[in-house]
Design a protein around this ligand. Structure first.
Ligand code: FMN
Length: 380
């Protein structure tokens, strides 16, 4: 297996993973139009090719979310990484740490933030869904603080779960235990089964020992999902602000007015995100809204995700004013394809694409690209 790019990783992930999990990663909401638009709309922007710039070694490092990053992207929160490869969260975080880029742990993770911090020599970030049970939310925030987390992503685009037809067909949402028919489907992927068996009984470690959540991964995930607060509103952010002393980033902002409100309510940053087209089908692609959202954000930090599969996509987002990009499926596929090595390979491939592009664009470094974006980008 040779992974040259994200498409290769996706194909290999499809080969290795049981269909129910591949579809969970790969799918989007309803007609999947927004999911497709996320990828397709990068074509609306073109990088300027410049001759004879003399630039031979562009600098790919930058700083965002208070961390020095060796590359202008990091690994964003993706649930259940530990189901795509054994100890998936740890493997992905290790690959990120080795590449000198950030990693954000989803609250829907098998590995706890505490174990992650112990096993990976890098400061992690943590993503939280606000829960109706605020004391549980506080416990999760407390564990994250204890693990040295500085940046909390509060995901705000999941008041209700999007309609995902692939998951409905596969019975993904109804999973609460391992049934015989599910076991048969999983056995179609013996390599994956063997990998999983070696990690023992899968659990959401952060919920282990809490009786109300059950004792197996599927029951725990369903119970956690049911506790997401659908009524979360701007006024609740004051409470989050008082409880979290570090940086708070609202993840899932798609409108300039919401970016404005994020700043007004004391948030430190936002992530322009439509959850990878998994929530509101028919919403805009993220890249097409980035520039106006950056303008409305009034100087707070703007990161973005959604459809990033190539180095050129990342450069376009930086030129449009993002301080950094977060990978979703690209990293999940790489992990499923070949574990930590797969993630490292894909990070390196994107880095190389970025480097080659910057030479051909005559762009000396990422900070220049952000500061002088229009010089490097043509809107079609
Ligand atoms: C399988 C999967 C699970 C995800 N789980 C979470 C999650 O637990 N928390 C969260 O904030 N976002 C989650 N997301 C959304 C990603 O953080 C990100 O917004 C999205 O994947 C970006 O689009 P891309 O996958 O096209 O890059 C998930 C996405 C996928 C594909």
């Amino acid at each position: 297996m040779r992974l040259l790019n994200v498409a290769d990783a996706r194909a290999e992930a499809q080969r290795r993973l049981p269909k129910i999990f591949f579809d969970y990663i790969d799918g989007g909401a309803a007609s999947e139009a927004t999911m497709r638009a996320n990828e397709a709309d990068f074509a609306c922007y073109e990088l300027e090719q410049r001759a004879l710039s003399g630039i031979t070694a562009p600098r790919l490092g930058t700083t965002f979310l208070g961390q020095k990053q060796a590359l202008p992207f990091m690994l964003g929160p993706v649930g259940f990484l530990g189901l795509y490869a054994r100890d998936g969260e740890i493997q992905a975080a290790r690959a990120a740490a080795k590449a000198g880029i950030g990693f954000c742990l989803s609250s829907f993770s098998l590995a706890s933030i505490t174990r992650l911090a112990r096993q990976v020599q890098a400061q992690p970030m943590f993503q939280l869904y606000m829960l109706k049970d605020r004391s549980l939310a506080l416990d999760m925030m407390g564990a994250a603080r204890g693990a040295g987390v500085e940046t909390l992503f509060l995901t705000v685009d999941c008041a209700i779960t999007g309609i995902r037809e692939r998951d409905a067909r596969n019975g993904f949402r109804a999973l609460t235990r391992l049934t015989p028919s599910l076991a048969l489907k999983l056995l179609e992927r013996p390599g994956w089964c063997w990998d999983m068996l070696r990690q023992g009984r899968p659990q959401v470690e952060a919920l282990a020992g809490r009786k109300a959540f059950g004792r197996n991964l599927l029951a725990q995930a369903a119970a956690l999902s049911a506790r997401i607060d659908p009524a979360l509103s701007w006024k609740d952010l004051d409470w989050v602000r008082t409880q979290w002393p570090g940086r708070i980033v609202l993840k899932g902002i798609m409108h300039p007015e919401d970016a404005h409100w994020a700043r007004e309510t004391g948030m430190d940053g936002i992530t322009v995100s439509n959850h990878g087209g998994r929530q509101l089908d028919g919403a805009s692609s993220t890249i097409s809204r980035l520039a106006e959202i950056v303008a409305a954000a009034g100087g707070i930090e703007v990161t973005i995700d959604g459809g990033f599969r190539r180095g050129a996509d990342i450069l376009k987002a930086i030129a449009l004013g993002a301080s950094g990009v977060m990978l979703g499926r690209a990293a999940a596929f790489a992990l499923a394809a070949d574990g930590e090595r797969g993630v490292s390979t894909i990070i390196a491939a994107l880095a190389r694409e970025i480097e080659v592009a910057m030479v051909l664009m005559g762009c000396p470094d990422i900070d220049t690209l952000r500061a002088e974006g229009p010089r490097f980008l043509k809107v079609k």
